[in-house]
Design a binder for this molecule. Sequence first.
Ligand code: 4AD
Ligand code: MG
Length: 489
Amino acid sequence: MYLKTFLIPPNIVKRTKVKELLNSTAYGTEVNLKGWVRTFRNNQFIAVNDGSTINNIQAVVDFQNADEALLKRLTTGAAISVTGELIESLGKGQKVEVKVKHLEILGDSDAEKFPLQPKKHSLEFLREIAHLRFRTNTFNAVFKVRHALAFAIHQFFNDRGFVYLHTPVITASDAEGAGEMFRVTALDFDNPPRTEEGKVDFKQDFFGKSTNLTVSGQLEAELGAMALGEVYTFGPTFRAENSNTARHLAEFWMIEPEVAFADLNDNAKLAEDLLQYTIKYALDNCADELEFLKTRLLDEEKLKPQDERSEMDLLTKLHFCSSTEFERLTYTEAIEILKNSTPNKKKKFKYLIENWGADLQSEHERFLVEKHFKKPVILTDYPKDIKSFYMRLNEDGKTVRAMDILFPGIGEIIGGSQREERLEFLEKRMNEMHIPTDELYWYLDTRKFGTAPHAGFGLGFERLVLFVTGMTNIRDVIPFPRAPKTAEF
Ligand code: 4AD
Ligand code: MG
């Protein structure tokens, strides 16, 4: 279907992305663009988005000379191809627009049935239609930033000579020793083979043993580090913990560097450098997206009481955290601060801090970061009883060389440690914690053959994306979230 006039046959004009057109000054040239209709106003102005930028381009139709049936099909969500002249825009808010000469509907979108309307939808509603939410500005911005951060992470490690190690998704071990695993099996669930004692016989299962989805690639990354020197993983990890919070997912992506001959200080430095590098990268490469997300957050916070609003806007916060040295202190020092804090004395904390040894809850972590230090915090040397079996025991016999990095609005963003490289200490700890040393013989082998000090950490990718985008629910920074009772799409 053609509008009345066109200069050259539209099919010979090559498609240009909207992002490029919006930055072009080649007025008067014939261009082609393809995208989805966001809005169609006054029977004349089509706002088209092709995903290349959060911004739309305006295509102007000469409606008096246009086919009316065609114009009726310009509904929100329809896919179109527009050929026309790039002209300087007289309207406010845009530099260029396209004067339509030829218009083709590539795919109709029934306005009665399409769930996205040109108005603000709640994030909760959009989560229910996650297959379509990419088409909103918010999710366009979020997933662009997510991509940029992933890219920045690879860039960071590549520049430093780290080897990207692909650790297995299916394992037979529990790297964290916390028992929060999803089982992987090919057995007939209704009628599994049984042992003489009546237990399910995993010897007859696909792998000949009981297997699960990995909770962390750390143990395998350690094997790599003990030969390649510096490695990192970046892959999906799975936790069957029943945490229905805005910061937990059952399937999340984790970045786990592991470095030979490094101690806890080196580890903390690497983590701080990584976080600051990636935040800066997003600031430098996602200016439009972050500007949009900053405004989104300001609007969202207007609905909150004054004392719950952030002190800094998104961009200020990102600049601040990417340029300010993180506060470093030990768990023992933090407990003293928390014990004497106003919310603890006034019994405002849900979990009151009474004794050394208490596990820190998110309310405590956020108090330290947001109220006390007002900057990112690295907490080190936790009691061994609240940390995993692989962390190096300190001389005091009570604490381990652990570190957690706490971020404003997030709480724990990184967890890591210097590893216990001394075989007898590691075996003793594993026995105390009922971690099977026979099954993990391969892990212990690194301590038998040329053991060396080493350290590493895990960065929760979605927590980083949450921080940088200023979104408030982790389910809104991964395309298709998996959480308790949630595995749609
Ligand atoms: O503190 P975690 O459990 O540490 C480990 O898994 C270590 N093996 C890491 C290592 O030393 N190589 O998890 C690391 C990070 C947390 O700080 C958090 O950011 C993220 O992973 N994380 C989660 N993110 C989303 N949903 C969950 N359920 C998460 N659990 C942990
Ligand atoms: Mg942790």
